[in-house]
Design a protein around this ligand. Structure first.
Ligand SMILES: [Zn+2]
Length: 254
């Protein structure tokens, strides 16, 4: 299985519009971060997790040729607002399955009413098939099983996903003890770490490292990163062995 980091930035992306912060001015390509998303592929199967405002650019940069489905973590705009840009895949493949909590599906129906309209549809509008994700109900994606992992983003429920020995968790602040067993024995964990300072709805570095120490994955990649975290090169030096700061267009194989 290949995991391609399409975007590793927090909600505004890096550089932030109008910012003169040194990280936003960095010429290191590892300091340029689109909105957070990953592309997972194996054999002939190809899925993305989340579909934020940079989706079009990410599909072009990664040369992704097809999307068999989109797994949504939650409804926030940095994870969903690229949904209109699935149209080129619709034209090639037809309807695309989207997997999300029923609350998220309802939210998308409000925000993208034209996508879900059954009458008087605009020809060429995006076309999706909705599949509700329910906690503790693993579901089939291609030849693999995705296990939903229930986490909290402040007060908001978010799904992470485990596929084989890979787990992708973003926008986590807390994880209930009852979910921890789903995250044992991982080869690769991807988890959000916003910055060093505390945040009400995101793990900071210290909290992410505590969780990593508990879960003991073989390797961990940090994502959903803010510019105030610092330069990629500097932050990476502070991280323990087998913990890496992810960056856009990084591809790993499991
Ligand atoms: Zn987010």
């Amino acid at each position: 299985m290949k995991v391609y980091f399409l975007g590793t930035g927090t909600s505004q992306g890096i550089p932030v519009i109008g910012s003169n912060h040194p990280v936003c001015k960095s010429i290191d390509f590892k300091d340029k971060r689109l909105r957070v998303s990953v592309w997972i592929s194996w054999d002939e199967h190809s899925y993305v997790i989340d579909c934020g405002p940079d989706f079009r650019q990410q599909m072009l940069a990664s040369n992704c040729q097809k999307v068999d489905g989109i797994l949504f973590t939650h409804e926030h705009a940095d994870h969903t607002s690229g949904l209109d840009d699935i149209r080129p895949f619709n034209f090639k493949q037809g309807e695309i399955p989207i997997y999300a909590h029923h609350r998220v599906i309802n939210n998308l129906k409000e925000r993208f009413d034209y996508i879900f309209r059954t009458e008087n549809r605009y020809p060429g509008a995006p076309s999706v098939k909705t599949i509700a994700v329910v906690n503790n109900e693993p579901f089939q994606i291609g030849s693999k099983v995705a296990i939903p992992v229930n986490v909290m983003h402040g007060d908001l429920q978010v799904f992470g996903y485990r596929i084989d020995d890979f787990a992708y968790l973003t926008d986590v602040k807390t994880i209930d003890e009852s979910e921890i067993h789903k995250l044992k024995g991982l080869k690769v964990l991807v988890i959000n770490a916003l910055r060093e300072e505390q945040h009400f709805s995101h793990l900071n570095l210290e909290e992410a490292l505590d969780l990593i120490a508990l879960l003991k994955p073989e390797k961990t990649y940090l994502t959903h990163i803010s510019h105030v975290f610092g330069f990629h090169e500097e932050v990476q030096k502070k991280l323990p062995e087998n913990v890496f700061l992810a960056y856009d267009n990084l591809e790993i194989t499991l």
